[in-house]
Design a binder for this molecule. Structure first.
Ligand code: SAQ
Length: 379
């Protein structure tokens, strides 16, 4: 923390831009987040298969926790009683939590949505729960999240314009209520508004402008990475970004592949989260400088080469493809752990390279060279 940044504040500093791409850092009481940033997903208080010292060593400055999962198990009040999520899972850096609404709609059963909020049955034990903007913020506060999300309604794409409009306007009303409920929380924490509006440019612009008028400390772009083609996602980013304040961070929720990250950074996104690196790691899919490598494939059975001998990550540098293939074939947990570690490291170094390239004014070249590497791969 530089001396001029008091320990109990949240702020965003833009260091350089290259076209619409930006690099800088978010300052929080628990440390800085270098942007563009990729946030490993720690769904139930763990980045699946990794120790947090590996997550930190890979270059992650912040991790994501899921409010929906944690409120069901072990429970928000229980986490608070145990000292909060940072203490509970032994991660002392910033934590971002989502609001739970997205998982309620994708994981729970018997959901009932109203102006007040959403009631649902837990996918864990069938118990009834209700989630309102106020309760969601209360839960995120009990978890101790440094960056919190408003409760919103994310419609799956494709959807009708009427559906997108209804959900966008509800989300704006919930943005007001979430922000008001957040005011009781300790200084230094932030809450982000979430831009909705489906794939309808006019609705996206209206949502972004209304949220900007509410003066949030940061803005998420939601309602994307829900099955739409990449070009639709990128078009919505291009539509929304000009209407968001340049001096506040922009977080694209649930994104994405390495290609999604590079293309979204080029359009002005600062923060990302995605289960892709860890979920793919559990399915034997490695992301490398040479593109994707499916370690289930028998052609790796006698390949003594590591995934990337030039990497400074042991999982990429020290283990042969043959060994990784063997672990995968035996369904040994170390296989999923090593490939998840490799993928988290790859995503972090992809963002580190983007930050350096933007600062040097050569982001377009960085993207082109990176994509050439993916194509050149001797997979
Ligand atoms: O609008 C949203 N609001 C709050 N959380 C989200 C999370 C999101 N995650 C994805 N995509 C990644 C996925 C994860 C699981 C199914 S899709 N898209 C998302 C959109 C939203």
């Amino acid at each position: 923390m530089t001396p001029d940044t008091p320990a109990d504040t949240f702020s965003f500093t833009l260091s350089a831009t290259d076209g619409a791409a930006r690099t800088g850092y978010v300052s929080t009481p628990r440390g800085r987040i270098r942007t563009p940033a990729f946030m490993p997903v720690g769904t139930v208080a763990t980045v699946k298969g990794l120790y947090f010292d590996q997550v930190r060593a890979a270059g992650a400055d912040i991790v994501l926790g899921n409010t929906y999962h944690l409120m069901l198990r072990p429970g928000a009040e229980r986490v608070a009683k145990l000292g909060g999520l940072h203490t509970f899972m032994r991660w002392d850096g910033p934590i971002l939590t989502d609001s739970g609404g997205f998982q309620v709609m994708s994981l729970s059963s018997l959901r009932k949505m109203s102006e007040q909020g959403v009631t649902f049955r837990s996918h864990v034990d069938g118990a009834y729960h209700e989630m309102s903007p106020e309760r969601s913020v209360e839960i995120q506060g009990l978890l101790g999240a440094d960056i919190q999300m408003q409760l919103d309604e994310c419609v799956r794409l494709p959807c009708t314009d009427e559906e997108a409009e209804r959900a966008m306007r509800l989300s704006l009303r919930w943005a007001e209520r979430s922000k008001r409920a957040f005011e009781t929380q300790p200084k230094g924490r932030a809450i982000f508004g979430i831009v909705q509006g489906g794939a309808v440019p006019a609705l996206r612009v209206e949502s972004a402008r209304a949220l900007a008028d509410m003066d949030f400390p940061g803005y998420s772009i939601g309602g994307l990475a829900v099955g739409e083609p990449q070009e639709v996602m990128l078009a919505m980013i291009e539509t929304v970004a000009p209407h968001l304040p340049t001096n506040k961070p922009r977080y694209l929720m649930g994104v994405g592949t390495p290609d999604d990250l590079l293309e979204s950074v080029a359009r002005g996104i600062d923060m990302f989260d995605c289960v892709m690196p860890t979920r793919s790691g559990r399915h034997a899919l490695a992301f490398t400088r040479f593109g994707r490598i499916n370690l289930k494939n028998a052609r790796h059975a006698e390949d003594p080469r590591p995934l990337d001998e030039e990497s400074d990550c042991p999982a990429l540098r020290d283990y042969s493809r043959a060994y990784l293939h063997h672990l995968v074939r035996c369904e040994e947990m170390l296989g999923a752990m090593l490939i998840s570690w490799a993928n988290i490291h790859y995503y972090q170094q992809l963002m580190a390279g983007a930050r350096a390239a933007i600062a040097a004014g050569r982001y377009a070249d960085y993207v082109a060279q990176t994509k050439e590497g993916w194509a050149r791969g001797d997979l």
